[in-house]
Design a protein. Structure first.
Length: 299
């Protein structure tokens, strides 16, 4: 019976993973990328990060970050956002850029924004492409994506240097011909500067809009704290509520007295809260001091 219950819970977590992740990625001409991941279900999620990721913004979830792996715990709100920048999901060989990203589940969606002058050579799996003031590529129900593109007016130099484009071409003949014509089309030199300026402005405009989303989430700070408390076990929730009445923190002995928890129960609850990045235990002095982390304070 117990094994059946564990299997049922594991299945629910897998379902959450399958339904939850929606990616939006903005890539500059230099290869730098802004990654936004939206989650729309409760559960536990693991997100591997690139080695050059120095800072991650998380809203709407508890998280831990260790060995370049972000672990999220999303409660009853069923909504969370992750934001970071990286230059390691793109690479360049001669004039050909490659974008490649592994997603957190096999049923994720990804929207990739590229500067308007980007020439799409191939995508895997095949994506929908929309052209406005920028190139927009859309994948549905995927676990990984790859796109090859170029900013040069010709890709003949790549072939002359011994490279091959055969592995980059789409499988369908009609799309292959369209992409060949697009890749080898000459552009007027006079429009190059304008295109670069447009692409740069687009990147920053989209980046600002994503940051606005974070600011909107931040405006509901008290609600975020309340939602997080709802996800916590009874003893952990009791400790957080007490600390909310002592904003500057308090001695561990005081917390033990007010909470009424046994030393072992208090210790276990504090350790869990510390792992969830909610509290910090200052052990500098004999009397340990407990306070909220900067992340939790900003919620």
């Amino acid at each position: 019976m117990r094994s059946i219950f564990i299997f049922f819970i594991s299945t629910l977590l897998v379902i959450n993973l399958v339904e939850a992740a929606n990616y939006e990625v903005i890539v500059k001409e230099t290869g730098e990328a802004l990654v936004l991941i939206r989650f729309s279900s409760s559960g536990f999620f693991q997100i591997p990060l690139q080695d050059d990721v120095d800072e991650v913004k998380v809203k709407g979830a508890l998280y831990t970050l260790e060995n370049k792996t972000l672990e999220l715990s999303i409660g009853s709100t069923k909504t969370a956002i992750v934001l970071y920048t990286t230059s390691m999901i793109t690479s360049k060989k001669v004039d050909i850029w490659n974008f490649k990203l592994e997603l957190v589940s096999s049923n994720s969606t990804l929207v990739l924004y590229l500067p308007s002058e980007a020439k799409i050579i191939s995508t895997e799996p095949r994506s929908f492409i929309e052209e406005q003031d920028y190139k927009k590529l859309l994948w549905n129900q995927v676990s990984s994506v790859e796109a090859n593109y170029s900013f040069s007016t010709s890709i003949e130099s790549f072939q002359e240097d011994g490279g091959s484009l055969e592995h980059l071409q789409p499988k369908t003949e009609g799309l292959r011909q369209n992409l060949r014509e697009e890749s080898f089309r000459k552009e007027e030199p006079a429009g190059t500067t304008t295109a670069i300026i447009t692409a740069t402005l687009l990147f920053f405009a989209l980046a600002v809009s994503l940051l606005v989303i974070l600011l909107i989430l931040r405006s509901g700070s008290s609600k975020s704290k309340t939602n997080i408390i709802r996800t916590l076990p009874k003893n952990e929730a009791r400790i957080v509520k007490i600390l909310l009445q002592h904003r500057d923190g308090m001695k561990r002995s005081q917390l033990e007295h007010i909470s009424g928890l046994a030393k072992s129960s208090l210790s276990a609850a504090l350790n869990n809260l510390e792992k969830k990045n909610i509290i910090i235990i200052d052990k500098t002095y004999a009397a340990h001091f407990v306070k909220f982390t900067d992340w939790f304070k900003k919620l």
